[in-house]
Design a protein around this ligand. Sequence first.
Ligand code: ADP
Ligand code: ADP
Ligand code: MG
Length: 509
Amino acid sequence: MKNNSKVEVKKINKILIANRGEIALRIIQTAREMGIKTVTIFTEEERGLPHCTAGDEAFCLGAGSLKDTYLNQAKIIEIARSCGADAVHPGYGFLSEKSSFSKLVTASGLIFIGPSSESIDLMGDKKSSKIKIQELGVPSIPGYHGDNQEMSHLCKEACRLGFPVLIKASAGGGGKGMRIVNFESEFQSAFEGAKREALNSFGDDTVLLEKYITSPRHIEIQVMSDKHGNHFHLFERECSIQRRYQKIVEESPSPAVTPELRAQMTAAALKITSGINYIGAGTIELILDTDEKFYFLEMNTRLQVEHPVTEMVTGLDLVRLQILVAQGEKLPFKQEDLKQAGHAIEVRLYAEDPDNDFLPSIGTIKKIGKSTLLHTRLDCGYIDGNEVTISFDPMLAKLISWGETRDLAADKLILALNEIVFIGVKTNRDYLKRILSLSEYRQGITFTNFVKTYEDKLKPKKKTKEEIALAIAAALFSSKINGHNGNPANGEIKKSADVWSSLSGFRNI
Ligand code: ADP
Ligand code: ADP
Ligand code: MG
């Protein structure tokens, strides 16, 4: 293990968390264990959400758009300085991959819990990272990432690559600004659509082209590097189950990765982190094609939504490691000490209606279930009574399970999902259960077109007459135990049926 004696160790005493929801709570959890105080921020409409009061101090950002609140760098820095914080944790999304923010944090005399602004600049942008990756000799998806952004030039490049081609926003994230083009005739409208979405979402309409890989898997390597020049990998996660390019089920290890492939993929990831002198937590995303060839996709220079599956199989606390690195400490292990034990799976619970084209769902959460099972974890940003609005990402919670085998982890996750109800808003819970139950999923036939390919199999089964009768009986019973002994009035039946419906996804009663 390398030790750079010039690195000063500076203990962090108070962290301002420039984020919200479940990830803010996750950071508080570790900081508290390490004896570090936390400061959270929230908007006017978020009053009552748990992250507003879970830290040691909290500051209201006022009302307004994200630009005025969670993306308002000057305001966040002003709060950090005024409350005496000595470090800022950006979480994921928001300002986590904005190099200008990490620069501002450092220039204000605070520690940024993340990589250097140079690394964010280099790797946070899909275009510049691909150029660097080629220099380092890591395979990347054939494509065009040059400066010429003229439609006619890009269309020519797309023809050279051969269709299908993917147009991507260079500054992209969260699956936004991406368009598949199957034929030359479709190029112009896809190009205009991708540019429009990129400008709206990221304020930058630079695009790049990539050969569209058919039926690939998404495999990513968690990396962690300290300021002493030590670079580690924490194995792989597979995140192939996606909707609209957004991950919904993630796991570690990947059912597709053999020890040989793992050795190659992790070696490529370490070649990147050591090649760019990376510091902190990061993720190297790779695409694995059907011939078992892998290509660099992008690097995320931050903590990932799906980091809990890595924590469950390695027993490490990734937020703690981030803080140790930020303090200038050496990472307290050797690569050969790290092991992937058992299997962990995460599902993302969204406030959306799978039976209505996944439209976002809003409302008051009347009751959230608890997971009572061993080796399960619910990372949730809400409590009973909270309002779900369209102002923020629709992810309500992440539910994670661990088992000795993949099947045991999946079985346990289904049981845990049965317990995790969000009464009051529609969620994708039953849809996730159907994915985990599908025999193709159990066989490890996971690829990025999974949900489209098995769309019909993932539709809810029609309720039988007996089940409808049972539902009505349950509704009547529920109104009875709620204190009604006589015949409930019509309105009450309706009300109980609503409860049943939100519990079971039951419709048309
Ligand atoms: P992960 O691989 O960790 O899931 P994503 O790219 O899906 O990463 O993004 C993580 C979260 O951050 C998601 O909730 C997504 O909506 C949000 N996000 C991603 N990119 C941006 C961005 N540029 N601006 C705001 N939010 C973003
Ligand atoms: P984001 O920043 O939005 O996460 P990525 O470049 O990581 O964007 O791509 C998101 C997802 O889109 C991938 O996980 C994969 O499913 C799909 N994808 C991206 N590039 C390709 C490609 N060249 N061929 C096939 N699928 C791709
Ligand atoms: Mg990605």
